[in-house]
Design a protein around this ligand. Structure first.
Ligand code: MIC
Ligand code: SF4
Length: 640
C-alpha cells in the first residue's frame, strides 16, 4: 500500500500501539532540543528521573529566550543549564549562538529522524524532512531518559504546492494563506505534509518558515520531503552525509488535500490579535506603523535579512518607525557581517539586536502605548509584545521593509521592482559556541543559583473534587493569557512559587488571590483552550495554585498533554450549550472522581442547585493513570 511521508516516518519509530488515526502510539525519539525558558524545568525533571546519561542519539540545550539578564536570574539559569548539560550528555548551545530552531536546522537536523523539543516551534525542522514536534519539558525529559513519546496518530493533510512565488511574496505568505483558509484550530489533531511541483522552488529556510508557523494552525507538526534542495542545503552546512531522500509514495492516501498556487499569492499580513486574522497587504486600509521587528525563528534567516537590507539599501527608516533586527543564528549574523549586510542595515537605521528570541517573546523592545508593530514573527497574541494595547501585524520581510520605509502598512509591490538577491555565499560555519558534552559526565558538579527552586509536586487525585469556577473564558485562550512571558515574568521560569503570582494576570488581576483562597479551582473555557506555546508553566503554576480541572469545549494538543502531566483534569463539555450555564464563583463537585473517570463521561454537580454538567475526558488508559496519580512524575515514580 502506498504510504505518505508522515506514516513512513512514524511507523519506523513506533514502539507501542498500532498506526490508526485517533489511536495512541508510543514512538522512539531520536533527537531532543530544549531552550532555556522551558529547559530549566525539563532538566530538573530529568534529574528527578534519576538516569545517568541521556539515551537519545542527540540532545541539545539552547539558550535563546532569556538573554536580557536584567537581574541575576537568567544568568543563573544559563549556568545551571550548562552544567546539567555536561552532566547528562547534552550538547550546550551558548547564549549568542542563536535561536534553537534555526541553529538546529543548520547544525543538527537529519531528514527522517524524530525530534521532540520543549518549544512549540520545534516543527521548524520539518523543513528538512524531520518529524519534529513540540511538547512540554517533562515529555522531553522523559524522551531524553529513553522512554517513548506518546501521541495520538494524527490525520494527514496534504498541501500540494504548484507554481512559483512571485516577486515581493515569500514563504510567510504561504503559511498566512493556509492560516487564512484553516484558522488557528484547523490543524488540531493533524499533520501537514507538503508536496507538489512547487516544493522544489522553495529553499530549506523558506520551507522552515512554513513548517515553523504551522504551529499556529494547531497542527501536531508539518513536514516537507527531503530532496535535492535539502541535499544542497546540508552540503552548504558541510553535513551532506546526513542527507537521505524522502518522499511520499506515488498514490499515497491523505485525509484531506489542499492546493496552493504559489504564483497566485500576494503579500499578506495577519492582523491583531490572531495569526489567522489574515488580509492582503493591499487591503488593510491606512495603518500607521511605529515599530518594525525583523527576525525570530520564523524569518530570521540569511535570505530574510538580505532581502530586508536590499529593499532598504541607500534609504533610511521612516522617522516614526523604530526598526529592530535580530538574526536567527550566529551563523547568519556572521555571514551577513562578512558580506557587509549588517553595515547596510545599520546605514538604513536598523537597531541590530543579538541573535535570540528578543522582542518575539517580549524580552525588550516593547512598542509604545497604542502602537502598531509589524513583525516577521509567528504570534501576535494580545500583550505578547510587552505593551498591552499595542497591535501587532505579522508579515514576511518584504512587507516589513515596506512598512519601515513608508511608516505605514504598504503593499511592497508599490515600491517598484523587487530586488534580485545574488546567489547565496557559503555560510560561516563555526561550531565553537556549541559545547560537546564529555564522554563521562558523572563527576560534573551541577551549579544551582538561588533562582532555581525545587519542583512542586501534585497530590494523588482525591475521591471527591469540589472546585470553584475561577474564570469563564472564551475560545482560543492562549498560553500567553494563562502564563504570560515577557521581561518581567520570564526570569521566574525556574521558580514556580514566584511565577504563579502571574497566572492569568493579563486576563484578571484578582485570579491569583482568588485561586489561593478557593483552595481547589476549575477554569471554564471555549474551543482550542491553551493554544500557542509549549510552556508547561501554564499547567504547573496553575496546579501550584490548586487548579484541579479545566472544563472546555476543546483543547490545544500540547497544553492538554501538559495538564495531564501535572495532574490537572482536562474535561470537555458533552453538551457545548452547558458552557453558557456556568458562571464565575459556581461550585462544582465531582464525586468519586477516580471511579467516575473509568467511564468516558463524568457528571459534575453544581452545589447551589444540583445542575448536572456532563463532561468527557477522552483520556487513554495510560493518561488516566497519570492524572489519577497527580501527574507524570508521581506516576513514573510509582511504577518503579
Ligand atoms: C513562544 O514562542 O511562545 C515560546 C516562548 O517560544 C514558547 C516556549 C516558552 O514559553 O518558553 C513556545 O513556543 O513553546
Ligand atoms: Fe523564540 Fe519567538 Fe521562536 Fe518562540 S516563536 S522560539 S519566542 S523566536
Amino acid at each position: 500500500m502506498p504510504e505518505n511521508l508522515v506514516s513512513k516516518i512514524l511507523k519506523k519509530h513506533i514502539v507501542t500501539g498500532s498506526y490508526a488515526p485517533g489511536k495512541e502510539i508510543g514512538i522512539v525519539i531520536d533527537q531532543t532540543l530544549t531552550q532555556d525558558a522551558t529547559g530549566t524545568m525539563a532538566y530538573l525533571q530529568l534529574e528527578a528521573l534519576g538516569i545517568d546519561r541521556v539515551k537519545t542519539e542527540l540532545s541539545v540545550s539552547y539558550v535563546d529566550h532569556n538573554t536580557l539578564q536584567s537581574g541575576f536570574e537568567n544568568a543563573d539559569d544559563h549556568r545551571y543549564l550548562q552544567s546539567v548539560a555536561s552532566r547528562y550528555g547534552v550538547w550546550f548551545s551558548r547564549p549568542g549562538n542563536g535561536i534553537c530552531h534555526q541553529v538546529h536546522l543548520e547544525r543538527f537536523g537529519v531528514p527522517g529522524k524524530t525530534l521532540l523539543g520543549s518549544d512549540s516551534h520545534t516543527p521548524t525542522a520539518g523543513g528538512l524532512g524531520m518529524l519534529a514536534m513540540g511538547a512540554g519539558g517533562l515529555d522531553v525529559a522523559v524522551a531524553m531518559a529513553g522512554s517513548p513519546f506518546y501521541l495520538t496518530v494524527p490525520r494527514v493533510i496534504r498541501v500540494v504546492l504548484t507554481g512559483k512565488l512571485a516577486p515581493w511574496t515569500g514563504a510567510k505568505d504561504v503559511i498566512l494563506e493556509l492560516l487564512h483558509r484553516l484558522s488557528v484550530k484547523g490543524g488540531l489533531g493533524r499533520i501537514v505534509e507538503y508536496s507538489g511541483p512547487g516544493v522544489k522552488t522553495l529553499s530549506v529556510p523558506e520551507r522552515a518558515t512554513i513548517t515553523n508557523m504551522g504551529a499556529e494552525l494547531g497542527a501536531t507538526t508539518s513536514i516537507f520531503p527531503s530532496d535535492e534542495v535539502t541535499r544542497l542545503f546540508l552540503r552548504s552546512q558541510k553535513r551532506e552525509q546526513v542527507w537521505s531522500e524522502l518522499e511520499a509514495d506515488e498514490g499515497a492516501q491523505y485525509d484531506q488535500t489542499i492546493e496552493i498556487d504559489l504564483s497566485a499569492l500576494e503579500p499578506m499580513v495577519a492582523c491583531p490579535h490572531s495569526p489567522d486574522a489574515v488580509k492582503k497587504a493591499s487591503e488593510t486600509g491606512l495603518v500607521l506603523v511605529d515599530q518594525v521587528a525583523v527576525g525570530s525563528c520564523t524569518n530570521g534567516s540569511y535570505d530574510d535579512l538580505r532581502l530586508l537590507a536590499a529593499i532598504m539599501k541607500g534609504k533610511i527608516v521612516h522617522p516614526r518607525v523604530s526598526l529592530v533586527v535580530s538574526p536567527g543564528s550566529r551563523q547568519t549574523y556572521m555571514t551577513l557581517a562578512r558580506e557587509g549586510v549588517i553595515e547596510s542595515l545599520l546605514a538604513s537605521g536598523a537597531r541590530i539586536l543579538e541573535s535570540a528570541c528578543g522582542p518575539c517573546i517580549g524580552m525588550g523592545q516593547a512598542p509604545p502605548s497604542g502602537a502598531v508593530s509589524v513583525r516577521t514573527f509567528n504570534r501576535n497574541f494580545p500583550g505578547r509584545s510587552g505593551t498591552k494595547d499595542a497591535g501587532v501585524y505579522l508579515s514576511g520581510p518584504a512587507v516589513a521593509a515596506a512598512a519601515a520605509l513608508k511608516g505605514e502598512l504598504t503593499d511592497p509591490r508599490e515600491l517598484g521592482t523587487a530586488p534580485i538577491l545574488s546567489e547565496p555565499s557559503e555560510p560561516v560555519i563555526d561550531d565553537r559556541m556549541l559545547i560537546e558534552p564529555p564522554a563521562d559526565g558523572s563527576k560534573v558538579v551541577i551549579v544551582r543559583g538561588p533562582n532555581i527552586k525545587p519542583l512542586p509536586v501534585n497530590e494523588q487525585m482525591p475521591d471527591r473534587l469540589e472546585m470553584e469556577v475561577l474564570l469563564v473564558l472564551e475560545d482560543n485562550i492562549t498560553t500567553d493569557h494563562i502564563m504570560p512571558a515577557g521581561a518581567k515574568v520570564l526570569p521566574l521560569r525556574s521558580n514556580i512559587e514566584a511565577i504563579s503570582e502571574y497566572v492569568f494576570s493579563a486576563v484578571d488581576e484578582t485570579f491569583f488571590s482568588r485561586a489561593v483562597e478557593a483552595g481547589a479551582g476549575l477554569v471554564v473555557a471555549g474551543d482550542n483552550y491553551g493554544q500557542g506555546s509549549s510552556r508547561e508553566h501554564a499547567a504547573l503554576a496553575p496546579m501550584y495554585l490548586g487548579l484541579k480541572a479545566v472544563l472546555a469545549k476543546s483543547f490545544a494538543r500540547i497544553h492538554k498533554a501538559n495538564l495531564i502531566n501535572f495532574g490537572i483534569l482536562p474535561l470537555q463539555f458533552t453538551e457545548p450549550d452547558d458552557y453558557k450555564k456556568l458562571s464565575r464563583g459556581d461550585r462544582l463537585k465531582l464525586d468519586h472522581a477516580p471511579e467516575q473517570l473509568d467511564n468516558k463521561v463524568v457528571t459534575l454537580l453544581r452545589s447551589s442547585d444540583g445542575l448536572a454538567i456532563k463532561a468527557s475526558h477522552g483520556l487513554t488508559a495510560r493518561q488516566l493513570k497519570i492524572v489519577k496519580a497527580g501527574g507524570l512524575l508521581n506516576y513514573t515514580r510509582g511504577k518503579r
